[in-house]
Design a protein around this ligand. Sequence first.
Ligand code: CO8
Length: 377
Amino acid sequence: MARIVISGSGVYTPPLCISNKELVDSFNTYVHNFNAEHDADIAAGVCEPLQQSSVEFIEKASGIKSRYVIDRDGILDPERMCPSLPERGRDQSSIQCDMSVAAARQAMEQASKNAADIDAVIVSCSNMERPYPAIAVEVQEALGIEGFAFDMNIACSSATFAIQTAVDSIFRGNARAILVINPEICSAHLNFRDRDSHFIFGDVCTAVLLEREDCCSAANVFEVVGTKLSTTYSTNIYNGFGFLNRTMREKPEAAKLFRQEGRKVFKEVVPMATEFIRSHLAEHGIAPDDLRRVWLHQANLNMNQLICRKLLGREISEDLTPTILDTYANTASAGSIICYHKYHEDLKDQDLGIICSFGAGYSVGNVIVRRITVEKK
Ligand code: CO8
């Protein structure tokens, strides 16, 4: 049976960026205005004053310094605090389709593949712009790919879960090559008025191309050695947005946006992800020290350092586990794939690495890869 490889990857990065200072200035203006407006109630003790956010806290607690977004002005406007994205008609392409096509084209170019070589498209991310028609089918049409396409969502683990789905499909002979795409517009589902989480997310789109090794045109690729997924139900990371919202009498907007118990998530997910990586590696006879690179989910720098320290029993370097959340923030399912895309070229033949995602669900997903050189016939 032919091996299955990742032969290309791509990242679409929005051209707009927001620094912590810009975000905090906007948030603090909102706080100032709110407290001024509710001055009498605050003085009477019937309304809690809002507290200011701080650049120092954000950087220390998360490692995030800035984020890319598809709209700046709406987010930074203290009267709005939400991206402003003009509605697109049915005769226009969707935003997620445009992002997906940009990232997918990079992956196809890197793999030296054209549309005729690809049989399927999976768009997998935390929030879909619409329920149907599937964004993936629109992307398939835009790229001129025949075959099948579908959307899927398992929040932060959407990329790794989709990679396993693609690998299984190729393995069973249902496709020769599959594009897995993760267009994450996290800013549209973030409550920029919530001090605990207003700094957490950014927007981006990633893509990887998976295919059978014997169809592969690129020389240096990554064999998928093994994939493993796990889920455990938790509401500690929660998004209540859904099609039933319009049927509800009470619908405060904030309750339908991203919410999390950050501390609990940190404490519960660190051991879960560490053990999951360790046991998956052991199943393949790989020791943690055999890993040349660990491309981790990018939610929190302290979290990633702790996972690696627990896994390897020593201090870890940026070379082993690179960080991109400092400039991208948390980009949900795309984080570990941005990391893979930016930091895989230097691996040598037979070097091992692992892509690991973790987050809402809870969900954890691993993809163990080995750099290989494909013989040209
Ligand atoms: N500025 C200043 N102070 C603050 C701020 C702020 N902005 N926010 C909180 N504080 C204060 C708190 O009030 C608290 O004060 P006190 O000690 O007086 O009570 C103090 O700072 C400490 O607060 P925390 O305990 O909450 O701070 P932490 O050190 O725990 O850091 C983090 C908070 C950064 C959120 C951290 O807990 C974390 O990163 N946890 C892990 C989260 C994680 O991994 N989540 C994964 C979510 S992503 C995912 O699954 C994808 C979802 C799908 C995407 C949806 C798109 C929107």
